[in-house]
Design a protein around this ligand. Structure first.
Ligand code: AMP
Length: 367
């Protein structure tokens, strides 16, 4: 049994504990928000992510420290390694905190990304770069962007000047628009001995820049795409000497996989694995960081997850559909905020899709 310290106490931390408590582990969390969702599944220390002294004393009692939030300053995470075992090792954070560094790292490992121009120091460079990338492009802040925040589509000169006015102070990257057929993510886990296992590719549908639905079966994507995505992600994890769960989001264009983002953690698109796999992404992460055995990942039912955003559903209504599981995160409703998710598990894809379509109508989306 290990005492696991988790930096960040959001819903991902909460679900890590819900998977790790039955294995006999004990959890403590560190987060600036005293009302964090994980407060009911472990002791919560309230503090800023850059308060090194407070974090050092937090990790002192822990056998192993992990994160559910990738924007912990790298220097802070590195300082913690002096006092405790930190997994995954903090170098993974470096590549996920900065969009240009992330793309360079992906390309250096033979993985295709969207074309991009970096840096974008002036509006003149921006105008030229938009032209170079084909006339339409996406301007993004290099750091701290998530759920479509910190990004703007630029279609003409007017858009470029307006975006520059709003975003010009930040460090920016301009990306070409990828004409994707669909978006998928691959979640994989690597043990300390180097064994890697992948979850099935998940197809993701976004709305208003936020994940709405993740579906675990991709009948038309097939085995080759799964193998290619797994080879890419396992290669990245080997390069990082990674221990734990890591996620890569890809665009799919025909048979090509174009990587968009690396998340060095469990991921929203893998929540279906709690109800749809023998070992969930959360349990896989906990097993990896505590040295417990891992095995090839197996899915046991067709599953779709729908995110609950902005307002709470009526549990009677949601659970009235057979095969549904409701997961609420104990968060106060607010526009655009992820409050929970519903997973629909069925014996086959066809039945699952039919129920998911009906169920989606009763799962709130308030942004
Ligand atoms: P991100 O914050 O990079 O994950 O972007 C949020 C969403 O915006 C993605 O899931 C895509 O739907 C869309 N998007 C971001 N970058 C691109 C791109 N280069 N080409 C096409 N769509 C994109």
């Amino acid at each position: 049994m290990s005492h696991i310290g988790v930096i960040g106490a959001g819903q991902l931390g909460r679900m890590l504990a819900l998977a790790g408590l039955p294995l006999g582990h004990q959890f403590s969390f560190y987060d600036p928000n005293p009302l964090s969702p994980a407060r009911s599944v472990g002791a919560l220390t309230v503090g800023a992510f850059d308060d090194v002294e407070r974090l050092l004393s937090f990790v002192d009692d822990c056998d192993v420290v992990t994160y559910e939030f990738e924007n912990v300053p790298v220097s802070v995470a590195e300082a913690l390694t002096e006092r405790s075992i930190v997994l995954p090792n903090p170098s993974a954070l470096r590549f996920s905190q900065h969009r240009a560094t992330e793309k360079q790292f992906l390309q250096a490992n033979g993985i295709e990304t969207a074309p991009f121009v970096y840096p974008v120091p002036t509006v003149e460079v921006l105008l030229e770069a938009v032209h170079q990338l084909g006339g339409t492009a996406i301007l993004k802040t290099c750091t701290l962007g998530y759920d479509g925040k910190g990004q703007r589509v630029i279609r003409n000169e007017e858009d470029a000047h307006a975006a520059w006015k709003d975003m010009g102070e930040a460090e920016l990257i301009l990306e070409g628009v990828v004409p994707f057929d669909r978006e998928v993510s691959l979640i994989a886990v690597r043990a300390a001995n180097g064994s890697c296992y992948s979850f099935p590719l998940t197809e993701n549908v976004h709305r208003d820049g936020i994940l709405r639905r993740s579906t675990a079966h991709l009948p038309s994507a097939g085995y080759a795409l799964q193998q290619a995505a797994a080879a890419n992600v396992h290669g990245l994890m080997d390069a990082l000497h990674y221990v734990g769960v890591l996620t890569v989001e890809f665009f799919v264009v025909g048979n090509r996989l174009i990587a968009n983002e690396i998340a060095p953690r469990v991921h929203n698109s893998g929540h279906w694995t709690i109800d749809g796999c023998y070992t969930s992404q959360f349990e896989a992460h906990i097993r990896a960081i505590t040295g417990l055995p891992l095995h090839p990942i197996k899915q046991h039912t067709a599953a779709t997850m729908i995110n609950i955003v902005g307002s709470l559903p009526d549990p009677q209504e949601v659970l009235n559909f057979s095969g549904t599981h409701l997961h609420l995160y104990d968060k106060a409703p607010r526009r655009g905020r992820k409050l929970g998710h519903v997973t629909i598990c069925m014996d086959d894809d066809y039945e699952r899709d039919a129920v998911a379509a009906q169920l989606e109508a009763c799962v709130p989306w308030v942004v």
